[in-house]
Structures are given as structure tokens and as C-alpha cells.
Design a protein around this ligand. Structure first.
Ligand SMILES: *Cc1c(COP(=O)(O)O)cnc(C)c1O
Length: 351
């Protein structure tokens, strides 16, 4: 047998939640937003001069970078954008996690982190969450090559306090610390103000959940000017034109409509708080979630069984067949009407 296979970069890919396509389905499995993007997004697409697609997009994505920076009150030179936060995170792994010492992340967390670490040959150690599924800052005071965690964490939804984040930063001035804030807009506090104080902190966010634009692929991050310049160097050494022209104009339109953003995220938080009461009433336990999902376990019926029975009713939720969490379901917060259908189905399944 020929041996070219020996030199192939072999990886075990990340498995995203399924994207079924049934007219009557209720899709609560990938933390998408149930509301459409801001009305300005549709208008920007309709008005877009298609002739312009002949030209390459602006490699610096400056219209979008400037708009995001001004919205968050930081400098454009402290802001980086990418094709979803997955792209931003992959670039950050490649740029900042470049040591022989293992990087650290929680054992129960976003399941892409170990995939990137494997792909880029970055050694890593998983730090177990405590018995309440919380990050203990003291566990991150060991020698390491970098730290990453989501806040709120995924798939638990639990928020780590600002004091705890600072405790981790203070103990780790010699490595880059990445806070993945994919769900921060649903009621948690952002670590963004801390970038002025910690030059090694990178704060990553996305349009996919709170801005209803998972299909457009826009992620961004903030950090010191030095961190951002290193990220740009790596990005331009990989692919200069990551953000296409339609993405740039729709990204600008979405962030301009703050009233719509507040209204839709507000509705999701309101539905989530109501849903917590319903879950409790039906005998589910869960960590207090600050995200657009709740991570629930039933006192009597196995998660896998509930998952399958919901699926038969075309209600899709996420089940992870993994150590420590194989009796949990991650259920995205949909509209109030969708959640009412979910709870009616659960009542039937659990009786
Ligand atoms: C959804 C998610 C992302 C990636 O989102 P993009 O669609 O690539 O922006 C990153 N981190 C966490 C924790 C997520 O849940």
C-alpha cells in the first residue's frame, strides 16, 4: 500500500446539531434565534447592487469593524471579525495557543475546543466543572499554555461572575485568556470592560444567537491592539477575504437596530424565565441558565428516551452522549408558542 496516508492531517471533526427540514418541526436543538433578523437586514439585501459582486470585498472589513467597535465603545484596532465566532475562535487558537504546555478548558463545554486543539496539535487539559457544573477559578491556577471557556458556559448555561473571571486573569498574566461570549446577550455580564485592564484577554461574540443571523456567519472579538494585530497577521496569512460583501452590509444593518435587538433578546429571556417554571413543574432539574437554552435532567425519565420521543413528534432538542451529561437535554428557548407545544409534548411523554 502506498504511504501518502501517513502524511495526511487526520482529524475527528466537530459534529454540529442536525438541521432537519420538516414543515411542521419545532427546532430547539442548535440555539438558533426563533425571531427573524432585524428588518434592516432584509432591506440591505434587497437594495444590494449585485454588480458590485464583481469586486473583491474590503479585506479589512472596515465598515463592519467600525460599526461594531462604535456600538461597543472600543477602537476599531481593538476589534476583529470573522466568519462566525467559530472562525474567530479557530484563528485565535492558531494565533495564541502555540506552546508545549497544555491549554485549559472545562471538561463540559463547547465541543469544538478539543477539535481545534487536535487539529492544530495544541496540547490540552480538561478541567472538571464542580458538582454543580460550575467553573472553579482556583482550578485555573496551574501552569498552562492558555485558557478558554464560554461565559455563560455551554451547554450548561451557567454564568461565571466577573470576580471569578478576574481571579483567573490575575493568576494568568503570561498566557492568553479567551472568554467565548456566544450567549452573553441573554442576561450575563460581558468581560469586555476588562480588555482595558488585561492586555492578554480576548472576548469573543457572535451574531448567530442574539442577532438571529446564524445563517450569515458573523463573529467578532475584542482585545488589546496588540492581540488584535497578531490575529490579523494570522488571518491575512490564511485567507484575506473572509467576510463577503453581503455579510458586511447585513452585519452593519443588524447592529444599527438596537431597539429590535433589545426587544427580541428581551422576549427570549422572558420566555426562558417562564420556561424554567414549567420545567420545574414537570420534574426537571437544571443549573440556572443565563443563555438562550436550558440544560435539563428529569428526575425519573432518561434524557435519551425523552429526546427520542420528542423527535418522533418532530420536536428537536440536543442530546450529548458524553460522560457526566448523558442524562441531560439542552433545549433552546424558542417562541412562547413553540415552548407551549414542547411542554404539552413533555407532559404526554412523562405521564
Ligand atoms: C454557537 C457557539 C459558537 C459559534 O457560533 P458561530 O455561529 O460560529 O458564531 C461558539 N461558541 C459557543 C460556545 C457556541 O455555543
Amino acid at each position: 500500500m502506498s504511504n501518502w496516508r501517513d502524511n495526511v492531517r487526520k482529524v475527528v471533526p466537530y459534529v454540529p446539531g442536525e438541521q432537519p427540514n420538516q414543515p411542521d418541526m419545532i427546532k430547539l436543538n442548535t440555539n438558533e434565534n426563533p425571531y427573524p433578523p432585524a428588518p434592516g437586514v432584509k432591506e440591505a439585501l434587497e437594495k444590494y447592487p449585485v454588480d458590485r459582486l464583481r469586486l473583491y470585498p474590503d479585506p479589512t472589513a472596515s465598515v463592519l469593524v467600525n460599526e461594531i467597535a462604535s456600538y461597543y465603545g472600543v477602537k476599531p484596532s481593538q476589534t476583529f471579525v470573522g466568519v462566525g465566532s467559530d472562525d474567530v475562535l479557530a484563528m485565535a487558537f492558531m494565533t495564541f495557543f502555540n506552546s508545549e504546555t497544555p491549554i485549559l478548558f472545562p471538561d463540559i463545554t463547547y465541543s469544538f475546543y478539543d477539535v481545534w486543539a487536535e487539529e492544530f496539535r495544541i496540547p490540552y487539559t480538561r478541567i472538571p466543572l464542580d458538582e454543580n457544573f460550575c467553573i472553579q477559578p482556583a482550578d485555573y491556577k496551574v501552569k498552562n499554555g492558555g485558557i478558554i471557556f464560554p461565559n455563560p458556559n455551554a451547554p450548561t448555561g451557567a454564568e461565571l461572575s466577573q470576580e471569578s473571571i478576574e481571579e483567573i486573569l490575575q493568576a494568568n498574566p503570561d498566557v492568553v485568556v479567551i472568554v467565548d461570549e456566544a450567549y452573553v446577550d441573554f442576561g450575563a455580564a460581558s468581560a469586555l470592560p476588562l480588555i482595558e485592564k488585561y492586555e492578554n484577554l480576548l472576548v469573543v461574540q457572535t451574531y448567530s444567537k442574539s442577532r438571529s443571523m446564524a445563517g450569515m456567519r458573523i463573529g467578532y472579538c475584542f482585545g488589546s491592539e496588540e492581540l488584535i494585530s497578531y490575529l490579523n497577521d494570522v488571518k491575512y496569512s490564511f485567507n484575506s477575504y473572509t467576510m463577503d460583501q453581503l455579510t458586511l452590509v447585513t452585519g452593519v444593518a443588524a447592529i444599527k437596530d438596537d431597539a429590535y435587538f433589545k426587544e427580541t433578546t428581551g422576549k427570549i429571556m422572558e420566555t426562558r424565565e417562564w420556561a424554567k417554571g414549567e420545567f420545574t413543574r414537570l420534574g426537571f432539574r437544571f443549573a440556572d441558565s443565563k443563555a438562550n437554552f436550558v440544560f435539563v435532567s428529569h428526575e425519573r425519565v432518561a434524557a435519551k428516551e425523552i429526546f427520542q420521543k420528542l423527535r418522533e413528534k418532530h420536536i428537536y432538542v440536543r442530546y450529548f452522549n458524553k460522560d457526566r451529561i448523558d442524562n441531560y437535554l439542552r433545549i433552546t428557548i424558542g417562541t412562547r408558542a413553540e415552548m407551549e407545544v414542547l411542554f404539552a409534548a413533555l407532559e404526554e411523554i412523562l405521564q
